[in-house]
Design a protein around this ligand. Structure first.
Ligand code: OSB
Ligand code: MG
Length: 371
């Protein structure tokens, strides 16, 4: 299947409410929609790099650069028959996982459309619906946080993650725990503590949390090992795990007991499946992380989370938790048991709302062979 054309659209979509983490506050969600054209079919992929390099070093700008200057030339006019073939073609490009993963997603969508199979089926998914939770940003005060969490619990979310940062940590988590003694609760620090400042997190051990996500530096697996020795609550790594190799290092070092899998962060769905398989072989629970995706990336996350090793609820909320208007015609809704259905149509199983797409597009590029 010869890749004939790659198109990029930089989108900016208003979030229903601002999302604040230890690295900043997002009011709009920026992303790049990647369309891969081959044989009269189009596959879609979402690049989840944000406007700013807060979560990791990639941005919409760096991804645009890598996609146009390096990834497109590596695949345009080439026969890319599998995710492995794609990864081989882009192997000389170091890093830039979010950019690579977007194209791999689009290729999977294309492979699914060609074969008539859903992404869930192609990846080896075994569930028709997956358990989900909601990720709640830092709020004005612990009182406001409890109110916001109550809103989600009332809507049916059975697992809640709250964002923490130094100074807004144990107090916030205790307030939510007191208000909801039976709630499945976890916290995410997004790399905002050091081994020293993380000493203040020790009281979290008394709050019956599912896990503490990425307390320390993104490039630091070793200090997580030292912190995990001191904490009874499982540490879960997000930012630190950029490949199945990193996952192996972390598990060998006992730096964490749970891994958050984001296909984008590890460079694509195929590598995400490798992380899943490694963890499953060692009975290490994994769950599907989120990056405030549009319906396109959400469909991909749901398909991935259908794999059997995803034993904890994912950060995959209903469409209305993020956007009043999305770019897919399909909107994802929360079932009564805090699950969301895995799409069943070919590929990602979503169709695009062209009008919404046009309204959200800030910039566009069409890349063809030899141009
Ligand atoms: O660390 O998991 C994270 C959003 C953007 C960047 C990083 C993270 C997140 C989330 C949101 O927690 C999860 C979601 O998509 O609902
Ligand atoms: Mg995280």
């Amino acid at each position: 299947m010869k890749i004939e054309r790659l198109s990029l659209q930089h989108l900016r979509m208003p979030l229903v409410s601002p999302f604040e983490t230890s690295f900043g506050r997002e009011i709009d969600r920026d992303c790049i929609l990647v369309s891969v054209h081959a044989g009269g079919l189009t596959g879609y992929g979402e690049c989840v790099a944000s406007h700013a390099p807060g979560y990791n070093y990639e941005t919409v700008g760096t991804a645009w650069h890598i996609l146009t200057e390096f990834i497109a030339p590596a695949i345009l006019g080439h026969d890319i028959v599998s995710a492995a073939a794609f990864q081989e073609a882009v192997a000389p490009i170091r890093g830039h996982h979010l950019a690579k993963a977007a194209v791999e997603m689009a290729l999977w969508d294309l492979f699914g459309k060609i074969s008539g199979k859903s992404l869930g089926e192609l990846l080896g998914g075994q569930r028709s619906r997956v358990e989900v939770g909601v990720s709640v940003g830092i709020q004005a005060s612990p009182e406001v946080l409890v109110d916001v969490v109550r809103g989600y619990v009332d809507r049916g979310y059975a697992r809640v993650k709250i964002k923490i940062k130094p100074g807004r940590d144990v107090g916030d988590a205790s307030a939510v725990r007191s208000a909801f003694p039976g709630l499945r609760l976890q916290v995410d620090a997004n790399s905002s503590f050091t081994l020293e400042s993380a000493q203040s997190l020790m009281p979290l051990d008394d709050l019956n949390l599912l896990l503490i996500e990425q307390p320390l530096f993104e490039d630091d697996i070793w200090d997580h090992r030292r912190l995990q020795e001191e904490l009874r609550t499982p540490i879960c790594l997000d930012e630190s795990i950029l490949s199945a190799r990193h996952a192996r290092y972390a598990l060998e070092m006992k730096a964490c007991r749970i891994i958050n899998i984001k296909a984008a962060r590890v460079g694509g769905l195929s590598e995400a499946v490798k992380v899943h398989d490694l963890c499953r072989g060692q009975s290490i629970p994994v769950w599907c992380g989120g990056m405030l995706e549009t319906g396109v990336g959400r469909a991909s996350n749901l398909a991935l989370a259908a794999l059997p090793g995803f034993s904890l609820p994912g950060d995959i909320s209903a469409s209305d938790r993020y956007f009043a208007r999305d770019i897919t015609r399909e909107r994802f809704v929360l079932n009564e048991n805090s699950t969301i259905d895995v799409p069943t149509g070919p590929g990602l199983g979503v169709t695009l709302d062209e009008t919404a797409l046009k309204d959200f597009t800030l910039a566009q590029a069409d890349l063809v062979v030899g141009k």
